[in-house]
Ligand binder design. Sequence first.
Ligand code: 13P
Length: 261
Amino acid sequence: MQKIIVANFKMNLVLKFEIENWIKGFLRYKQELASLNTGIVLAPPILSTLNFIEQFKDIKSIAVGLQDSFWERKGSFTGGISASTLKSYGGEYVILGHSERKKYFGETEEVVAYKLQGVSKLGLKSIVCVGETKEEKEKDLTKESLGRQLKTYLDDFPPGRLDKLILCYEPVWAISTNKPVNPPTADEMMTAKLMMKKFLVEKYGASQAEKVKILYGGSANQHNVEEICFEASMDGVLVGKASLVPAELMGMIKRVEERSL
Ligand code: 13P
């Protein structure tokens, strides 16, 4: 299965010159990027989305996405972000259910489920984050937590759209800004992946479940990306901090690309 590397810039690179520098820095690798087998998704801060689409439109391996969107596509929803706009400009992905959306914007699991419906109806690809909090981990409730989130998110999700669904195991405690002591081991990642796979197989059957990629997110960087993608056999990574420096992101891409060949 093709690996994918998703850069979630979060609310960083907020100034015009920072965005321009990032784009310029990443375009230095244009030639290498043009011939990749690995898929790259860039989810920049919302106001620079169209700029990213324009700048990277000629590089086939790169797609652009949103970090969130509203569940309705249009209407009186002040401040809402429509995934329809992304689609009409040629963007392809939307990240949903990130733990920071829950923590700072009050997003509930039910809201994530609505948003997933909205995005998938448009035929866009969703990257849905699923992960246990530090408290849940300490109480040994990882399995319950993942099961509960998947059940809510996929309650009404039709099998016909599974090829557009990407899940990301992102333990909240392992995100770099939450100061993790150690990110999960390859064994722990694999265990989580298997739990998620099992859920999908039970709900949709083995052949349908196969269509869903399962990524890992949380303190991924150049040094651990191979372990994540090959020892823990995750289908790719969702990268926060390490994506803010083009050379670091490219370092991750090269490591995955070389091992995939
Ligand atoms: P870090 O890579 O900075 O830990 O962030 C992970 C993340 O939250 C990606 O969505």
